[in-house]
Each structure stands twice: as C-alpha cells, then as structure tokens.
Design a protein around this ligand. Structure first.
Ligand SMILES: *Cc1c(COP(=O)(O)O)cnc(C)c1O
Length: 501
C-alpha cells in the first residue's frame, strides 16, 4: 500500500505530511469581549499546552479524513453479536441535543429540572412495564455496573433477612463474561454450571448445585448462544425454594421486547442496556446506561438518589435507609435516558414488539441461509443472534479470524468472534432489526463467497483484510515484550502531548 510512485517518489493516497501546522496559525476566533478585561493573577497562569497551531481547514480535513478510516453502523452493517449494533434513529439524537436537556447543569435546583425528572420518572415507568418489574433505578452507567448493583442488592437483601451467610452465585457457561466478573467483584464466588446439549440450562443442573449457601443465580436470557432459556420458570422456582434470588442479565432484551416480561417468568432483578436496545450509539467505551429493574421486595435496596413524587412536584431523595448507596455521580448518564425515552415513545408498544420480532427473524434468516456452508453447533431456532463455528473451514486451516478479516474487504464489520467460549472458533452474528432483507442477502452472499475462497484462494483470507486503512494486525507481536514496550512509549508520548504544563 505504501509503495511510492515511481515517477515522483511520493506516496499516493496519503496526505503529504502527517504533522501539520505552523506557529501562529489558528482555527478559531473568539468574539471581542463586552466586559472590561480582568487582571490576571500571574501565579495562576501556566504555560499553554503543547498543541500544534492549525488553521480551520487543517482541523476539518484531519478529522474528516480520520472519520473515513473508521467503520460505523452509519457506514454499513455491523453484525457484532451480543452488542446490538443497530441503527439508532437520528430523531433520538435530536431529542437528546435539545438545549433544555443537553445544557442542563447537574447542580440545578430541583425546581428548575422538573422536566428532566419527569422524563426520568416516566422512563422508569416504561421500563418497568416492558420488563414486568415493580421499580427501576436509572443510575448504573453500563450493563456491567447494573450487574454489580444487582449483586449488591442480592447481598443487601440476604443481610436484611439474617440467617446463615450465603457466599455463592450460580453462573452458567453461556453467561456473558461480565457476569462472573460482577459476582467476584461483589465478593461472591461464581459457581459455573454447564448448559445442556440443547445449549440452554436445565433445571436438573441447577438443582444439583443450588443450596442454602447460595445467594442466587445470574442468568443471561436469551443466552450468549442466542437461545432462549426455556426452563427459566422451573429454575427460578428451584432457586426461590432454597431462599435464593434470580438475577437476569437483560442486555439481550432486543430479542424479546413486548414479547417476554422477565418479571413474569421468575426474575427478581434485571438490568437493561439502554445503549444496546434503546437507541444510543455505542462502542469505543463511550457513556452507557444499564438501569436495574427489581421486584417490590428489592426496592428498598435500590441505589440513591431515587426520584420521588411529592404532591405536585418531583424530587430526588436520599431517604432510603436500606439503600446500597450511590453508584454514579449525579443521576447517571442523562443524555442516554433522553434517547431511550424518545425511542420508546416514537416506537410505541406495537413497534417495539415488531422490532424484536424482526431482530429474531433476521437472525434466523441468516442462520438458515448459511448453515449449509458453516458449521452450526446448535441447530434450532435462535433468538436475535446465531452462532456458527469454523469447524469445517479449519480442515483447510482457515479460521474464524481469517473469515472475519475477509468480511471487511466485502464492506461488513466482522461478527463477534471466539465468543461465546462454549463454541470453539465461534462466530456470533447479530444482524438486528434495522437491516433490510437486501442487506442481509448481501451479507449472506459475502460469507458464501468467502467460504468458496477458503477452498480456492485461501491466501486471500490469510492475508485479509486488503482494503481497509489498516492491514491485519500482528496479534503475536501485540502481546510480545516489544509490543508492550511500544505501547508504553506511545502512552508516554500521549501523556506528554496532553499534559497541561
Ligand atoms: C453487553 C453485555 C453486557 C455488558 O454490558 P456493558 O454495558 O458493556 O457493561 C452484559 N451482558 C450481556 C449479555 C451483554 O451483551
């Protein structure tokens, strides 16, 4: 790619200089002040940061060019399993950007944020209705933090009831990786249990390990194989009979909105991922929101502050003596709540249900259209995602990684790979409801073409991707001693550039 032109020695398609800028250039102009200059206390004036001096056009070109190197759902299909990378309607962005919401200062007195509180309170109500639960806290900043909150609630609940201590939480092998981590972070011991040959958890397996030292079970439903835990009611009953609680990981809610109410099938605590199911662009570690929804008996332990109605106004109250306390500054990530609220209202109950139905239909469509060329470890109807493996291609020494990289050359974001761990060489595809049948067909054609290439031109796959800005990264080097050293050097340089001296 970086071959210079023979005639000129210049590298084609590359900006001639990476380091741009020249002392004295500027990309901004501030309006002249309409108040007299205040004297500056020299003691408080530092040196300016070491940023390059750039003109406006330099800055615009730099960021616009960078944006074309990235892949997003606004550029193409992003079937990253377990992440629900669906298209998020721009109307929800517009709502979140309304100045009354976006510019509200978190320290405004309650009288001036009645609208914001009303929105949050109504959103809590909608989420409770959708999940069949009684009370909601919008505070957790991500799914994983919702899980931790849930574990803390389980702990607080058992403490409040006295009795012998319970130290264990059952976690099936098809749970999301954050589940055992949250269990351990809270000080519980995760007890792993295996799913059956049907890819789901059986009541017998749970019965064998559930005892009075176990605080509860944490179950992802639909699970990470994209399968619905059909025995959930029987499992919940077993756990309840022994005094335990049932935590539901509801990050996969996109499969069951308006179809299954988790509160009706035995779940006591559930988190949702607003940034997956309810319209917030995500990825790259941006802000998230993982509300927890609980049954009435767990409500006293929810994080504070909580939104309470006082006659004709709403207020934030810390007056919940049994609460597990605060999990986030202020009230959580408000902008994401606005998007979820706007999404729920603009869709309405019928369309939320239809979105889930289409998400499930799309995943099953892909599953059926690809199962003759890719190994399908669990051949049964799936929910919002389907999981293949590289078993057949490995006979030709072509791996899931090779196929995923090659998909980039066809203009698709790769699916989630090597997860869930219960499937060797897993390829987890979640198309979501926002892809049309034409897009799905293009994706299916691309995968089928890649499978053919694996037989006829395997080098194309081993060297893929050939088209995107970055070629295949050297994964071995990335984990080597030198890779670590290089990363440290880069970090140092970054710290130097960004430090305000
Ligand atoms: C994404 C996901 C999580 C974690 O959510 P974060 O917001 O990334 O912390 C947990 N469980 C499941 C099933 C998920 O898909």
């Amino acid at each position: 790619m970086k071959t210079p032109s023979a005639a000129t020695g210049l590298i084609l398609n590359e900006p001639l200089l990476w380091e741009k800028g020249k002392k004295g250039r500027s990309a901004f102009s501030l309006p002249s002040g309409d108040v007299p200059r205040a004297p500056l206390d020299e003691a408080h004036v530092g040196e300016a940061p070491d940023f390059p001096d750039l003109s406006e056009v330099d800055v615009v070109r730099h960021y616009t060019r960078l944006s074309t190197w990235n892949f997003g759902v606004d550029t193409g299909m992003y079937p990253l399993g377990s992440c629900t990378m669906k298209y998020n309607p721009k109307i929800n962005e517009k709502a979140a950007a309304l100045p009354g919401f976006a510019a509200a200062h978190p320290l405004l007195p309650e009288d001036l944020i009645q609208g914001g509180l009303e929105l949050m309170s109504e959103l809590e109500g909608h989420l409770a209705e959708l999940t069949g639960m009684d009370a909601v806290s919008l505070q957790p900043a991500a799914g994983a933090q919702g899980e931790l909150a849930g574990m803390l609630l389980i702990h607080a609940y058992h403490e409040s009831r006295g009795g012998a201590p319970r130290a264990k939480i059952i976690v099936p092998d098809t749970a999301h990786g954050t589940n055992p981590a949250s269990v351990a972070l809270c000080g519980y011991r995760p007890v792993p249990v295996q799913s059956s040959e049907r890819g789901i958890l059986s009541a017998e397996t749970v019965a064998a390990v559930m005892d009075e030292e176990t605080a509860g079970i944490m179950i992802t439903n639909p699970n990470t194989l994209g399968l619905f835990e059909e025995d959930i009611r029987a499992i919940a009953e077993l756990v309840h009979d022994k005094g335990g609680l049932v935590y539901g990981d509801g990050a996969n809610m996109n499969a069951v909105m308006g179809i299954v109410r988790m509160g009706d099938i035995g779940i006591d605590i559930l988190h949702l991922n607003l940034h997956k199911t309810f319209s917030t662009p995500h990825g790259g570690g941006g802000p998230g929101s993982g509300p927890i929804c609980v049954k009435r008996r767990l409500e006293p332990f929810l994080p504070v502050p909580r939104i309470v109605r006082q006659e004709d106004r709403l207020a934030l109250s810390d007056d919940f003596p049994d609460s597990i306390g605060r999990l986030h500054a202020f009230y959580g990530n408000f902008g994401i709540m606005v998007r979820a609220y706007s999404y729920i209202l603009s869709m309405g109950p019928e369309n939320l249900k239809r979105a889930s139905q289409l998400a499930v239909l799309n995943a099953n469509y892909i599953k059926e259209k690809l199962k003759d060329v890719l190994h399908l470890p669990y051949d049964r109807p799936c929910m919002h995602e389907c999981v293949f493996s590289d078993k057949r291609q490995m006979e030709m020494k072509i791996s899931t990684l090779d196929m995923a990289k090659r998909l980039m050359d066809y203009g698709f974001h790769p699916p989630t790979i090597y997860f869930p761990l219960v499937v060797n060489g897993a390829m987890m595809i979640e198309p979501t409801e926002t892809e049309s049948v034409e897009n799905l067909d293009q994706f299916i054609d691309a995968v089928r073409a890649i499978v053919r290439e694996a037989e006829t031109e395997p080098e194309l796959l081993r060297k893929a991707p050939a088209k995107p800005k970055m070629r295949r990264l050297d994964e071995t080097a990335a984990f080597s001693r030198k890779g670590r050293k290089d990363r440290k050097e880069r970090q140092k340089k970054f710290n130097r550039i960004t430090r305000l001296r």
